[in-house]
Design a binder for this molecule. Structure first.
Ligand code: HEM
Length: 504
């Protein structure tokens, strides 16, 4: 073919592509079923809008969405096929078990585990996969959960005691994340990570969590990023990354090895959650492949570590920053010890702690203000349309809401950004009202499976820490622990050194 024929072909292709693109833009803005929903036209046209805020600026879309709600009202079109609703009363109505919602596969691609319980989009497939592990997290498993959690909290206290002697600031943000990761792996995996014994509470590893989470946000838009990262040889990671990234890489490899060992074990058992999934009748044999079990292992660790660590850090910061609340909490804990003389360690008994009113208030307020899942909970119903106000949202529309909208709902939580455990010291209808909008673990069929383990870790750790240690904040302000970037979990400013304290 002659050169000008190539040129003509290229020009025709360019005109056709441009024409196609123009038609798509016109369709999305004027003729799409969501075209009447208010919102910025750029968001209606393309997901590049989301890309700019979450990838280029780094986890900022969540704040932009809040601004958009102020400008456009409770429903905003935030993507070509996605709306975001800011209406705490609608949360309960929407996220119910009976509404049979799928997760939005595009949004949840960031976990890189589309076949794990957490990442499974389809509601029916998810139900079976969740069932395969739910007995490990049910009320009947409390005593197993408790002994696992206790073991890790004691290990943390032992470590903190030895650090107290050194008279140097201790980074509790790291310490709590190590506790959380060790606790999840201790309970869910055949072999725990044992980060609590690492020299500096795995400082660089914990810092990498932010980098990895930012990369995961890019994966939504460029879905080859996670597979490339996972297939990198160890030497390439070591040559291009920090010590923490290599540690993260080694842990991922270790989880894959543990999954393979569990799948190929001669005898099936319920020794750990991972083994239990493989021995469960709820899922077919095809769901027991090494690859899928590895995905379960990775998401359990991912879902349980940053969330619990962030909540512990938030509670501890606010209690230490408010001496009156600190005194009140210490007094309540001391009283328990005083009245339970004879019992070896009453503060490691979950059922005792759960009934302490001030401790419970301190934890609830921490869960409320921490919003440890900061990302939007994107769902799709392929079978049913929804009506919101005067708008019809056809089947297949992605509908998202955010836990933060509920937790900062001013009519229910006055001065919502103030840490005020006292607001929880009410009863009857008043308490019911607070609880209605309180959704730290989500609601419905996709709510947190690890809620009991998380609560147990929060109760046991906060009680032990505040009873056994006197601590002072060290060069830490609220800015060091508060959300600046949303990568589904909240992360503070890049230069934050986290929560540091001097132990006395
Ligand atoms: C304070 C700590 C925690 C908080 C605030 C929290 C919060 C949440 C929330 C809001 C969800 C729903 C996410 C969504 O809709 O996409 C969720 C799901 C989940 N969480 Fe947690 N979580 C915590 C700790 C844990 C722990 C310790 C585990 C470990 C086992 C865990 C495992 C999971 C799993 C596997 C899911 C997916 C459930 C499903 O889709 O069936 N979480 N969590």
């Amino acid at each position: 073919m002659a050169f000008d024929s190539y040129l003509k072909l290229a020009a025709s292709l360019a005109v056709a592509s441009f024409g196609g693109l123009a038609c798509l833009v016109l369709y999305r803005v004027f003729f799409h079923p969501l075209s009447k929903i208010p919102g910025p036209k750029l968001a209606a046209i393309s997901r590049l809008y989301d890309f700019y805020y979450d990838c280029v600026l780094g986890g900022k879309f969540v704040f932009k969405i809040e601004e958009l709600h102020k400008q456009y009202g409770p429903i905003v079109r935030i993507g070509p096929n996605e709306v975001h609703i800011h209406d705490p009363d609608f949360f309960d109505e929407f996220y119910t078990v009976t509404s049979r919602l799928d997760k939005d596969a595009w949004y949840y691609a960031f976990v890189g585990s589309k076949d794990a319980g957490f990442g499974t989009a389809n509601v029916d497939l998810h139900r079976a996969r969740r069932k395969a592990m739910s007995r490990f997290f049910a009320a009947s498993a409390i005593s197993n959960l408790e002994s696992s959690s206790r073991e890790k909290v004691s290990q943390l206290c032992l470590r903190l005691r030895s650090m107290r002697e050194a008279g140097k600031p201790v980074n509790l943000s790291n310490a709590f994340r190590c506790l959380a990761a060790d606790s999840v792996t201790n309970y869910c995996m055949p072999k725990a990570f044992n980060l609590l014994d690492s020299i500096d509470f795995a400082d660089d590893y914990n810092r990498q969590a932010r980098v990895i989470s930012h990369i995961a946000a890019w994966h939504r838009h460029i879905p080859i990023i996670i597979p490339i990262f996972m297939r990198m040889p160890r030497w390439a990671v070591a040559a291009t990354s920090t010590e923490g990234a290599v540690m993260a890489f080694d842990f991922q490899t270790d989880l894959a090895r543990q999954a393979a060992d569990a799948v190929h074990a001669e005898k099936r058992s319920d020794r750990s959650v991972l083994d239990g999934i493989i021995s469960s009748d709820a899922i077919p044999e095809s769901d027991k492949s090494v690859d899928r079990i590895t995905q379960e292992a990775r998401t359990l660790v991912g879902a349980g570590s940053e969330t619990t660590g962030n909540t512990l850090e938030t509670i501890t910061f606010h209690v230490l920053a408010n001496p009156d609340k600190l005194d009140r909490l210490k007094e309540e804990l001391a009283q328990v010890v005083e009245t339970s003389k004879g019992s070896s360690d009453p503060l490691s008994n979950y059922s005792t702690l759960q009934h302490l009113p001030y401790l419970t208030a301190v934890i609830n307020e921490g869960l409320r203000i921490a919003c440890s899942v900061s990302g939007r909970l994107a769902r799709v119903n392929h079978r049913q349309a929804y009506t919101y106000g005067t708008y019809l949202l056809p089947p297949g529309t992605v509908i998202s809401m955010n836990i933060r909208s509920n937790h900062t709902f001013e009519p229910v939580y006055p001065e919502p950004l103030t840490y005020n455990p006292e607001r929880w010291l009410v009863e009857g209808e008043e308490l019911k009202r607070l609880e209605k909008y309180f959704v730290p673990f989500g609601r419905g069929g996709r709510s947190c499976i690890g809620k009991e383990l998380a609560l147990m870790n929060l109760y046991l750790t906060i009680a032990a820490f505040f009873h056994h240690f006197d601590a002072e904040l060290f060069e830490t302000t609220r800015k060091n622990i508060e959300i600046e970037h949303d990568y589904f979990s909240p992360f503070p400013a890049v230069d934050s050194k986290g929560l540091r304290v001097m132990l006395k």
